[in-house]
Design a protein around this ligand. Sequence first.
Ligand code: FPP
Length: 224
Amino acid sequence: MDGNGRWAARRGLPRLAGHREGARAVRRTIEAARDHGVGWLTLYAFSSENWRRPHGEVRDLTGLLRHYLRTEIAELAANGVRIRAIGDRERFDPDIRALLVAAERGTIGNTGLNLTIALSYGGRDEILAAARAAAREVAEGRLDPAMLDEAMFEGLLSTAGIPDPDLVIRTSGERRLSNFLLWQSAYAELVFQDVLWPDFGPVQFAEALAEYARRERRFGARPG
Ligand code: FPP
């Protein structure tokens, strides 16, 4: 969800104003996903690298996250949304961690949109943690390395049980994955849009879906 800072700068506003508007775009996007019958939506809200931003901006972003969790979760839950969080949540304050646990537990039985929020998330960190867990199993004699296959490895990732993305949308003209779902996006269609995240909404979401529908997906196989 890129471009909050630039959106604010173009208006002579502080970056926080861009992040606030970004949170409104989050709401619009969740609604658009539901309207299109999308089953799974993952939002990259805070990367493991974002902790390196100036202290004030980190405080603003975590404050916004706290506010968002306090004010939006009840409505999402009432609309049948199942909420999950992936990433290193231990780095957040205890009250935010508690809000995340409450959101996950409180929506566990919901069968509508599956919403995953990636927080303090990094794809390389995640793959390393899974590799470490597998190595531990081997070292403790519970796993034969020859038995470690993709399915088992996927079970060690934070996205265990969440399907791989079919489509990854990146806004603000950047054309890279920036450590997002590196393993899981192996065959994802990538759609890059120039729109800044705070201006993202149902129109841009529908455009991305239309672009996705035009792509021919072969998963490495030859055209039939
Ligand atoms: C990237 O824009 C955006 C972020 C680092 C934060 C994303 C957060 C939100 C959209 C709001 C909070 C979301 C939830 C779910 C509470 P940038 O700051 O890198 O902008 P720039 O690329 O223009 O500098």
